[in-house]
Structures are given as structure tokens and as C-alpha cells.
Design a binder for this molecule. Structure first.
Ligand code: BGC
Length: 771
């Protein structure tokens, strides 16, 4: 069940005192303190520990970790706010207790971005506040202050992009215990953080699963290559014994090229962990880094390759979101595609929604989540996750003159060399539209107006910014646009060189944005803004018609322009009919392969469905030749790729710079699979009313989808049976649904389970394609 989005509570009402090493900070410093627990009040009956950091923090009490969380406190717009998390540590307290804290660079002092950017800060710092309640109701608060000590750790290097180095010879867990002292430990100083520290309303990043090696072999150079069978995000855990001082190096990659690790797509991210052995049995788990990988290459392995199977695991990490939506059907490749979408989402929801998890980016690219938010909101409960990210969207925007930047949190604004394309000089369609499209997707999925209330000012500011950029003719045809980014026909080194006219794309998006803002303003009873954006929408639509719509053609005459015009409602019904026909023609002309980029692809299936070209839609969906959704599946993909041909048919890697094997944006097709192949769509926000309209196609024998809506479980399952379709529908109490079936009158359903037998009127997809 979706939880309500709550405003993060300000937990620390005074200036929080962070501690940092008094001298030059080490790679990953440790802090400790024997806790001065008040005496004479009986036992501690409650102990709550609040943690935060400039960097990432892990903590122990008497040697026991205070939680299984990773990468605390996550990434927010650090200039203005920082998360904190609170743990109940009552069970860990003893009369003599010691708290230990380790901090790593994380997003604060680690590398961010592919161009030189300023880091958030040079000094790592930790904040802890332990609130104790005793038997006699006495309360005591212990915080980080000058009485703590700092010491060196066994982590000699740590960075998300480049990896982590651990020297087990330096590891000594005594520092976590009471009474420890060492000449290597020194003083801390207190550092004030100027922003707000707010409690984190979002589930933490955790270890989600563990994978054993599927295949292990020796390379020509003598290293060992391990295949974990799927492209995941996380790190290795190794337990091994070797000579003291021996170094085992682990390099990570998503794919192989010619039998070797394909590291070029990682660009400057070294993705390399180094483990120095102590001579005894060592366990290494580099939790201050993460990699996107399926393969690891081990050098310096002390034993036999055969030992790797038992000694090494891949630890999958991700924000621990609650899974809400499922899908399956009779076509195994579509199921694999759907699984790939889910896996890609897991790996890219690491505290914030990122573009990719492996190369030197991993940034909160706004356009990617604009495309993917509806899919994400079906698969997992992302209400709080994205609502919290939207707080940073608003913060960045308000500190940038109303411009919603391309990445949030926005590190690119610190780029040393803006001509390289860094920074976000001006609002851009789809990317900046995240400020409107993402809250709108949450509203549709969860039906909680709180997210609209907390983002409406940001929406309005964005809408006005866009209006200020329109040309005298009323369209948005000037200034920088990503446009239909990654059009499959764009050359590898020019990912923005799309067929679709940028003005058409941007104006269509501006129209959708104005329509949404006007609807939100109406819902929130803000009549002036409702009017303002309704007018903006009307004017944009008229300008779009005037400037771009001709005799049965839309400027630049490629699939994306028809897709956007149809789905965003820029055409009247007669125009939609010819636009749909032209779109179907263009899809056929491209051999039923994808010809759309970032802008068109999320909506192409809807455009074909809405205009009655369901047969064409299925031919596109079931296509296996490149570019298509299923081509990567035929190449063994276990995640959604950034480019249709990130791997070329001969198994070599696309030479372009944008060659990630884990980008969720193109996985937005899963949203159509849920709504139209499975047949479960919201008609009213939060699924209070649903539309059950599975699009049955030849070659697909059955499909099912289910969703934990805010009201309870909704499920649709259909199966063909000769000339009939047997449809089972379950809808929760407090909701209604309408079954829309071609040739039959609409059928109203009440809460409960229903079984219907309907005539089979199917799309004409050739069996060959569906096989
Ligand atoms: C990212 C994309 C992003 C794009 C915009 C890329 O490097 O990986 O997903 O939206 O840049 O330019």
C-alpha cells in the first residue's frame, strides 16, 4: 500500500555540530567516543541515535552495526539540506558503551560528473546525537563534539566512480570497544553545517540480494573473470586468505568485448577495488563504493580459480523500495524485457533517480525520470522517494532563477568549464519538465494531492520560465534543447542529432506542461493560475497548429512528432486519425523498428494504440531486430540499455560515448505493458476508478498484471480460449472499474473478483513476429 508523502520533519532545531579531523583528513576517517552515560538512573530503557554526515556514514555501538543501511545520509542538494536517519539502538547499549563512526567520501567529497566539477566540500564530517531515556525517566543527550577522537581506518581510498581500497593489515576492531587508546588517534574539531538537517522520509539503501558466481574462468593474461549472470549494482564480498601484503584487484564491467572486460563505456570511472591481505582470513566488503557490473576481473587471486565460487559474492544494493506492480505474459522475451526494466530501476534508484549506475555520471538527470516516472510508480512505491527528490528540484530551481536544471542535485553548476556543455543555462523541454511531469505521475499513481501542494510553486515557476522563452510566433523554437535525444539514426558521436524538429518537440512538451499545471492549479483551487496556464495551453496549441501542422503532415515528418502531437492532445480528432495513419506508415517504413529517441519512445505505443493501430504497435513491441526493445533481450541483456545498439549484433560495443548498459529511460515501455497489454490503467488518480482494456494480440496467449493500489490489490489476467478471451479482474473495495472491449458496450465493475468471457477480436500480428 502506498504511504502518504510527508514533508520531511526538521529534526535538528539548533545548529548541528559535525565533527571533522582537526588535521588533514584521511581517506575514510574513524571517530570514536566512550560514551559518558549518566549514572544513578537505572538502566537505559530507550536509546535513539540520529546520524548524518558530510560524506557517507556507518556507525557501531560496542562493535555492532547500528543498522544495515548503506550510503547514509544519501544525496540531497547539500548546499541547503542534508538528510539524517534515526535508529533505535536500545538493544546495543551497555553500562560501558562506545560509539564508533566511519565516514567515506560518497557524493560529498567524491568525484561527480564527467567534466571537472568542484566537489561539495573537502572536509568529511559526521554528526551523531544519541538520546537516552533511563529507568527513572531521566534523559540524556550525547552529541558529536570536541570530546571525540579521530583515527585512521583500513580504507585507504574510496570513491564511487573509481572504487575502494582496503588494507586488511590496518584493520583492528578494538577501536570500537570501550577503553581503546592509540597514539595514532587525535583531536577533532567542530564544523557547522549551514543548511537544514531533515529526517529522511525515504527507505534507505540496503543490500537487496546476493549473487553467487555463475561462471569463473582464467583470462589469457592470467587474471580470473567472474560472471554473475546479471547486470547489477553493488559490490563484491570476498572472504579469502593469502600472504600478508598481497593485493587482490577487482575490476568491474557490465559486458565483455572479445572476451575481455569492456571498460571503455565506463569512461573515466576506474571501477577498481584493491584489497590488501593481512595473512589471516580476511573478509572485504567495499561499502563506500558501488559499481554497475555483471563481470568482475580479479588479479592477484591467492588461490585457484576454483576457489572463487565459494569465496566471492556480488552484493546487490538499492533503495529498499516496496514492490507494488507485477507483469507476466506468454512471450518469454517480453517477460525478460520487463525483468530488465525492474532490475534497471533497482540499480538506478540509489537514493536518487539516476541516469546510469556505472560510468562517470550516475547523476539525477531530470529528463530520464520525466520519461520513467509512471513506470517507476507502478513497479515500486516511489511516492516518498520521488517526492523527496522533488524537494531538491524546487530548491535547485529557486536558486537558479526559476530554471529547473538538467541534473538534480545539481553538481554540474560547479563545472569548471561551462563551454563543455555543463551547467543548465536555461530550461529545456522534457528535462526541466520533470518539475511538472514527475509530480503529475505521482498524483496519477497514488492520488495524494500533497505532492501537488508541495510542488505547485515549482511547477508554476517552470511554466512561466518556459513561456518567457517562446518565440513571437508562440512556439518554443529557440535556445538549447536535448530534443529527441538518442534518436537511433543519430551518429554515435552526435547523440542529439535527431530527425525530429526541436521546436516541434519542445512546443509539444510545453503544451503538455501547461495543461498539467492548469489542471493542478484547478485541483488546488488556485483559479488565477488555472486560468493563466489554460490560456498558455490554448495559445501553444494554436501556435503548434499554425507553425507545424500542414496538410496531413507535421514538420519534420518523423515518428516522434506524430507521437507527441497525438498523445499530448495537440490535434483534433480528424487530425489524430491522419497523424496515426502517418505514424503507422513511418513505423512500417522503418521495418517495424524503433525510429524515436528519448522524447518519442515513451509514448509511441500509446500513440499507435490511441489511433487504432494496435497491430502496428505489437509489431513494434515484438520486433527483435535492432533497434527494438527486444533486440537487447536477444543479445542476452539483463537490464535496459541506453542505446538500442549499446552492443552491436556482432557482440562488439557501440563506439559512442553514451553506451551504458543500464539506463531506465527506454524501459518506459513497461508502463504501456501494464496499461495496455496487461490492461490495468488508472482512470482517476490513485486508481479510485480503473480502466480494464487489455489489447489482445495474435501470438500472445495470456497476460497478467497486478498492482497494490492505495486502496488494495488490483489484478487483471486474460487468456485466449479459441474464439474467446477469458478475463479475470479483481478490484479493491472503494474503487470501481470499467471494462472497455472492442465491439461491446462498456461494462461497469464493482469491487471484488470477476470472471468474464469475451469474444476474441485481436490485432493482426503475424505469428512469426510473436514467436
Ligand atoms: C545521460 C542521459 C541524460 C543525457 C542528457 C547523458 O549523459 O546519461 O541519460 O539525460 O546525458 O544529455
Amino acid at each position: 500500500m502506498a504511504r502518504r508523502a510527508e514533508r520531511p520533519r526538521l529534526v535538528i532545531d539548533r545548529v548541528p555540530r559535525f565533527i571533522t579531523p582537526a588535521n588533514e583528513p584521511d581517506s575514510a576517517p574513524l571517530f570514536r567516543r566512550d560514551l559518558p552515560i549518566d549514572e544513578g538512573h537505572g538502566a537505559v530503557v530507550s536509546a535513539r541515535l540520529t546520524l548524518s554526515a558530510l560524506g557517507i556514514v556507518e556507525a557501531w555501538i560496542n562493535g555492532t552495526p547500528v543498522s544495515n543501511d548503506l550510503l547514509t545520509p544519501g544525496w540531497t542538494s547539500y548546499e541547503w539540506r542534508l538528510h539524517s536517519v534515526t535508529h533505535d539502538v536500545t538493544a546495543l547499549m551497555a553500562p560501558q558503551s562506545t560509539m564508533g563512526i566511519a565516514i567515506g567520501n560518497g557524493w560529498y567529497r567524491g568525484r561527480l560528473g564527467w567534466i571537472p566539477t568542484q566537489r561539495y566540500g573537502d572536509r568529511l564530517a559526521a554528526y551523531a546525537e544519541l538520546r537516552l531515556v533511563f529507568e527513572d525517566a531521566h534523559e540524556q543527550v550525547i552529541v558529536t563534539d570536541e570530546s571525540w577522537q579521530v583515527g585512521p581506518s583500513s580504507i585507504t581510498a574510496n570513491d564511487f566512480y573509481d572504487g575502494q581500497s582496503i588494507d586488511a593489515r590496518l584493520a583492528d576492531d578494538d577501536w570500537k570497544q570501550p577503553g581503546f587508546s592509540s597514539p595514532l588517534w587525535g583531536a577533532v574539531r567542530v564544523l557547522d553545517y549551514a543548511g537544514a538537517v531533515v529526517s529522511d522520509p525515504v527507505a534507505p539503501v540496503r543490500r537487496i540480494a546476493e549473487l553467487a558466481p555463475q561462471r569463473v574462468w582464467s583470462s589469457e593474461s592470467g587474471s580470473i573473470i567472474v560472471d554473475f549472470g546479471q547486470n547489477i549494482v553493488g559490490f563484491l564480498r570476498l572472504t579469502l586468505r593469502g600472504e600478508s601484503g598481497q593485493v587482490v584487484t577487482a575490476r568491474h564491467a557490465e559486458v565483455l568485448d572479445g572476451g575481455r572486460l569492456a571498460t571503455r563505456p565506463l569512461r573515466t570511472a576506474a571501477a577498481t577495488d584493491r584489497f590488501t591481505l593481512s595473512g589471516g582470513v580476511d573478509t572485504f566488503e567495499p561499502s563506500f563504493t558501488f559499481h554497475g557490473f555483471r563481470y568482475a576481473e580479479l588479479e592477484g587471486w591467492p588461490g585457484q580459480p576454483d576457489d572463487v565460487g565459494a569465496a566471492v559474492r556480488a552484493v546487490v544494493i538499492g533503495t529498499d523500495l516496496h514492490r507494488t506492480g507485477h507483469f507476466a505474459c506468454s512471450v518469454p522475451e517480453l517477460n525478460q524485457l520487463h525483468e530488465n526494466v525492474v532490475r534497471g530501476m533497482r540499480g538506478n534508484f540509489i537514493d536518487i533517480p539516476t541516469d546510469c549506475p556505472q560510468r562517470d555520471e550516475r547523476l539525477g538527470w531530470t529528463g530520464d525520470i520525466s520519461a520513467f516516472a509512471p513506470t517507476a510508480a507502478y513497479l515500486f512505491d516511489v511516492q516518498q522517494f520521488l517526492a523527496d527528490w522533488l524537494v531538491d528540484v524546487g530548491l535547485e530551481q529557486s536558486h537558479h532563477g526559476g530554471v529547473v536544471p538538467y541534473t538534480v542535485p545539481d553538481i554540474l553548476k560547479y563545472a569548471a568549464d561551462p563551454p563543455l556543455g555543463a551547467g543548465s543555462p536555461e530550461a529545456t523541454a522534457i528535462w526541466s519538465d520533470a518539475s511538472v511531469w514527475v509530480p503529475w505521475a505521482l498524483w496519477e499513481a497514488y492520488g495524494d494531492p500533497q505532492v501537488l501542494r508541495s510542488t505547485v510553486d515549482s511547477m508554476v515557476a517552470h511554466g512561466r520560465r518556459v513561456r518567457s522563452l517562446l518565440s513571437p510566433s508562440g512556439v518554443w523554437d529557440a535556445g538549447f534543447q536535448f530534443g529527441d535525444w538518442l534518436d537511433p539514426d543519430a551518429p554515435p558521436d552526435r547523440p542529439g542529432a535527431a530527425k525530429a524538429d526541436r521546436g516541434v518537440v519542445a512546443t509539444a512538451c510545453a503544451y503538455r506542461t501547461a495543461v498539467c499545471i492548469s489542471a493542478v492549479a484547478e485541483l488546488l483551487d488556485r483559479p488565477a493560475e488555472h486560468e493563466e496556464f489554460a490560456r498558455m495551453a490554448t495559445e501553444l496549441r494554436a501556435a503548434f497548429q499554425r507553425e507545424y501542422v500542414g496538410d496531413q503532415r507535421i514538420s519534420s515528418d518523423c515518428a516522434t512528432v506524430y507521437v507527441l502531437a497525438i498523445v499530448f492532445g495537440l490535434l483534433d480528432s480528424e487530425q489524430s486519425a491522419w497523424a496515426g495513419a502517418r505514424l503507422a506508415e513511418l513505423v512500417a517504413a522503418s521495418g517495424d523498428r524503433i525510429s524515436t529517441g528519448f522524447a518519442g519512445t515513451p509514448f509511441v505505443m500509446d500513440a499507435l494504440t490511441m489511433t487504432g493501430h494496435i497491430d502496428t504497435a505489437y509489431r513494434l513491441l515484438l520486433q527483435r531486430e535492432c533497434p527494438s526493445w527486444l533486440y537487447p533481450v536477444t543479445m542476452g541483456a539483463t537490464t535496459v540499455w541506453e542505446r538500442w545498439d549499446s552492443m552491436l549484433p556482432d557482440g562488439s560495443i557501440n563506439p559512442g560515448d553514451m553506451t551504458s548498459f543500464n539506463h531506465y529511460a527506454l524501459g518506459a515501455v513497461a508502463d504501456w505493458m501494464h496499461r495496455s497489454l496487461g490492461g490495468l490503467a488508472p482512470l482517476e488518480p490513485g486508481y479510485r476508478r480503473m480502466r480494464i482494456a487489455p489489447q489482445v494480440a495474435a501470438g500472445i496467449d495470456w497476460a497478467s498484471t497486478s498492482l497494490e493500489t492505495p486502496h488494495g490489490l488490483a489484478a487483471v489476467h486474460w487468456r485466449t480460449d479459441g474464439e474467446l478471451v477469458r478475463l479475470q479482474v479483481t478490484i479493491p473495495s472503494g474503487t470501481t472499474a470499467v471494462v472497455v472491449w472492442p465491439g461491446d458496450p462498456d461494462l461497469e465493475l464493482r469491487p471484488g473478483s470477476h470472471e468474464l468471457v469475451l469474444p476474441r477480436r485481436v490485432a493482426r500480428v503475424s505469428d512469426e513476429l510473436a514467436r
